[in-house]
Each structure stands twice: as C-alpha cells, then as structure tokens.
Design a protein around this ligand. Structure first.
Ligand code: ZN
Length: 271
C-alpha cells in the first residue's frame, strides 16, 4: 500500500507519496507551513494569494517551495477557488497566472493538462487536495475538494473528465489524497451529515458525543468516490494527518482561525 511521507528540502517539509509511477513521472509536492518567509499568523510558507500577505513574501515562498520540488516558480498557475465542480484545461500559455501575472482563467477548483510546460497548483487549509495522474495518456489533474465538493463527488468528476476528454482508463490512474481536516476534528451538524448519508457515504460518518453532532471523514469520502470511479485501491495514497491536530505543521482554518495562510499542492509533468 502506498503511503504519504515527508521530506525536508531547502528548509521546506514536503509531502510525497511512495507511489513510483507518480514519483517517476511528476515533479510535485504537498506543502506544509514550514520553510517560508511570511511572518506572524502567516508564518511561514504561506502560498495563498489574497490572505493579506505581502505579495513579495508570497512570491518568495513560491520560489523556495518550487525550487525544492524541481519546478520553476513562474511556470505555476493557481485558480481562484470557489467550491465549484469546475475543472479548467490549462496549457503553457497559462504559466504564472495569479501569482506572477494577472489571470484570465475562469474561477474553478480543478486544473487538468497534458502540457509539461505548465505546473498546476491548488490551495488548501483543511479542505482536501487531490492529485490524479494517468501515466499511459500522461494526463495530470489537481482538485480542491472542500466538504461540498467532496460530498458531490468532485474527485469522481476529475476521473470522469480524464476518461471522457483524454481517453484515460481508471485502472491507469494513480491518485493522492493529501492532508486535510481529519475525522477527529471535522464536526458537523445534522444537515451536513444528511448530505453525506444521501450520497451513500454512511461509512464516512460517526456520531459525535453531543446530540445532533457528527464527525465526517473527508479523506475516506474522497477515496470512496475514486474507488467508485474505478481507480484501483493500491493506486490511491491517502495522507494520515489531520491539519487541525498539527497546526505547528499546517495552516488550518478550524485550528488557527479564518485569517490563516494556505498550503499548496503543486505538480508538473516531467515529460
Ligand atoms: Zn484532528
């Protein structure tokens, strides 16, 4: 079974998978808050734009993190995320958008490409980052799955897009579900739990100690959708860490407050 592990490079602590198909074909990494130049509550590797951080600090953080994972910072494009089920196709012409230059891309929560000249980024700080890669068709897709995206099956939408638009086969797709808020901390009310129940995700819900309170396992829910879409279980890596339990390592909306910074998952095709 593939696992997520962490590597320290250039002072950054970077999440990686043991999945060799992904390691052989992508430059990539899941960032933590460690290793950057931002200060106070954004300390230190804040990769989020629009978090009130000095843009020069954010750009420097991209340079530090990207250099650690073997990517040129100005080749990264990041979306304006809106908790949607929209996935946008990007190419070389989109390099640097939203960080190093203005973006004209539509707001969305996923990027997909077959172009090795652009690196794809997604932000997170409790929400679930999902990476999908098909090594036969050489297609890369990154997704930002909040609880709404998770329960609506955004992870499956990513797989379906790869199948329909690029001719991918689910058995060739490898996936990584990154660090996010864990079932230990994602407490919700009855209405949210009901949405997961309606999506047949009973096994991702646990009763809380308080009446009408439940705990949801977002990583498990995303994994269920990937399995449902036909991805093989041995090809799915799931992070074991909760962002709220580890606020020394991760920015966390629930753990640090809403003005906290953002981590990023950034990935680029090698060929
Ligand atoms: Zn936790």
């Amino acid at each position: 079974m593939n696992k997520m592990y962490f590597e320290e490079i250039n002072g950054c602590v970077i999440g990686k998978t043991t999945d060799e198909i992904i390691n052989n074909n992508l430059n990539y990494g899941f960032s933590t808050r460690i290793g950057g130049v931002s200060i106070y509550h954004l300390s230190s590797l804040n990769l989020g734009v629009g978090r009130g951080d000095d843009i020069d600090n954010v750009k420097e953080n991209y340079r530090i993190f990207c250099s650690a994972i073997g990517i040129k910072a100005d080749s990264v494009t990041v979306p304006k995320q809106i908790h949607s089920d929209i996935i946008v196709k990007v190419t070389q012409k989109d390099k640097g958008k939203r960080i190093f230059r203005n973006t004209d891309l539509p707001d969305c929560d996923g990027f997909i490409t077959t172009d090795k000249n652009v690196a794809l980024g997604i932000f997170y700080a409790d929400c679930t980052p999902v990476l999908l890669y098909d090594n036969i068709k050489n297609v890369l897709c990154v997704l930002h799955c909040g609880w709404r995206g998770t329960v609506r099956g955004f992870a499956e939408t990513g797989v379906i897009t790869m199948i329909n638009d690029y001719g991918c086969r689910p058995k060739n797709i490898h996936a990584v579900i990154g660090p996010c808020i864990g079932p230990c901390h994602f407490e919700v009310g009855g209405e949210v739990a009901l949405e997961f129940r309606r999506a047949s995700l009973e096994k991702c819900i646990k009763n809380g100690e308080k009446a009408e309170k439940y705990y949801i396992d977002l990583k498990k829910a995303n994994r269920e959708y990937l399995l449902f879409a036909g991805i093989e279980k041995d090809n799915i890596t799931v992070s074991e860490e909760c962002t709220v339990c580890n606020t020394h390592k991760y920015f966390s909306h629930r753990g640090c407050g809403e003005n906290t910074g953002r981590m990023a998952m950034i990935a680029q095709l090698k060929k």
